[in-house]
Design a protein around this ligand. Structure first.
Ligand code: NAD
Ligand code: TDX
Length: 335
């Protein structure tokens, strides 16, 4: 099998390639990545010498390049995207270009070259926001209601993927997954930002009142969910993938981290809220459990601690990119 993985120098894409090469050592992978601020060749260091994996620096919006690469591909796993909500508020244009146009370019090339499967990696954020203190959860039947330029662009990409299945008969699957955490996540995002600040003995910035709920999933559970969907799912289907069964808000997570570091609450710093901040995400993942037998393996408290350990032992990876990450917050005033 030959896979095209887009965005394989990013957080989830690099973890996915690592997972796949270990589990399917005979498969070949082409990793197409533009190396934006979020793409780091350092995230691919441990498999960069593997002859089964080829890296191509390029843009998914470049039709000619994508068509050329697609000629030899069986399966596409599409991660490449602009993925940070805060950046989408500061500059939405690249989100529209990469997430919508880039996906359409890949879909066109996939149809033309008759790829066997196009798997689209999407987010639970396309469903909008749930009220706090409710039992409501997103499911595959929830109506799309994206609220940020990021989630609106991902929603549009999901619609395009389904449209290509319906119109051109492309064999697609989609996963909409909740907040991932784990190794190689850019220090711009919530958990790595908190952890790396604490390693440096700095305060941790909490947006607004901190009572915002995300459904956290360890990145390897997400990679395994995509694997199972590729192996077992019916073509055309969508699966929601999540990690938690009980709500935990940002402030509670920050306090868990303070406990791990044995710091007191003076390290909490409440800062300006994100405009249009979604209150709560919660995912009902019973479809993938019942139909395909997937469920999360890694519990949040244990793997949060292991993630902290990873950042403590891998300063070589995050320290060179931490300064760049904080530049965004100098612009937004969330420092
Ligand atoms: P990331 O920002 O860490 O990585 C994105 C990667 O895509 C980077 O390597 C970047 O260089 C590359 N890229 C960006 N624009 C490109 C372009 N035009 N051409 C080629 N490559 C380009 O993102 P992530 O957190 O790993 O997320 C991966 C995918 O999973 C995204 O589609 C995202 O929407 C989705 N997702 C993420 C989460 C999460 O919690 N991180 C949750 C659900 C879904
Ligand atoms: O410094 C911070 N302080 C803070 O309180 C940062 C960076 C974030 N936050 C809050 C905002 C959110 O409520 O933490 C929560 C998580 O923030 P992000 O890490 O920016 O993630 P989120 O906006 O929830 O989106 C993530 O999950 C879904 C990914 O970035 C998306 O790509 C994915 O689709």
């Amino acid at each position: 099998m030959k896979l095209l993985v887009t965005g394989g120098a990013g957080f989830i894409g690099s973890n996915f390639i690592r997972y796949w090469l270990k589990k399917y050592p005979n498969d070949k992978i082409v990793n197409l990545d533009k190396l934006t601020y979020a793409g780091h060749l350092s995230s691919t260091k441990d498999f960069s010498d593997n002859p089964k994996c080829t890296f191509i620096k390029g843009d998914i919006c470049s039709s000619e390049l994508v068509h050329e690469i697609m000629k030899a591909i069986d399966i596409v796993v599409h991660f490449a995207a602009e993925s940070h909500v805060d950046r989408s508020i500061v500059g939405p244009a690249t989100f529209v270009k990469t997430n919508i146009l880039g996906t359409q370019v890949l879909l066109d090339a996939a149809v033309k070259n008759k790829v066997k499967r196009f798997h689209h990696v999407s987010t639970d954020e396309v469903f909008g926001s749930l009220p706090l203190n409710s039992k409501a959860k997103f499911s595959e039947k929830t109506i799309y209601d994206p609220k940020s330029p990021y989630s609106a662009s991902k929603a549009a990409s999901d619609h395009l993927v389904r449209a290509y299945h319906n119109t051109y008969g492309l064999d697609i699957t989609i996963t909409n997954t909740s907040n991932n955490y784990g190794p190689y996540q850019d220090p711009e995002k919530f958990l790595p930002r908190m952890i790396t600040n604490l390693i440096d003995d700095k305060e941790i910035p909490i947006y607004g009142d901190g009572k915002y709920v995300r459904d956290w999933i360890y990145v390897e559970d997400h990679c395994r969910a995509i694997d199972i969907v590729l192996q077992k799912a019916k073509v055309g289907e969508t699966y929601l993938v999540g990690g938690l069964t009980k709500d935990v808000n940002n402030l509670q997570i920050a306090k868990k981290l303070l406990k791990i570091f044995r710091y007191d609450e003076s390290y909490l710093k409440f800062v300006k809220d994100r405009p249009g901040h979604d209150r709560r995400y919660a995912v009902n993942w019973s479809k993938i459990k019942l139909e395909l037998g997937w469920k999360p393996k890694y519990d949040f408290d244990t793997w949060l601690e292991r993630t902290v350990e990873w950042y403590k032992y891998n300063e070589w990876w995050w320290r060179p990119i931490k300064k760049e990450a904080e530049k965004l917050y100098a612009k937004t005033g969330q420092k």
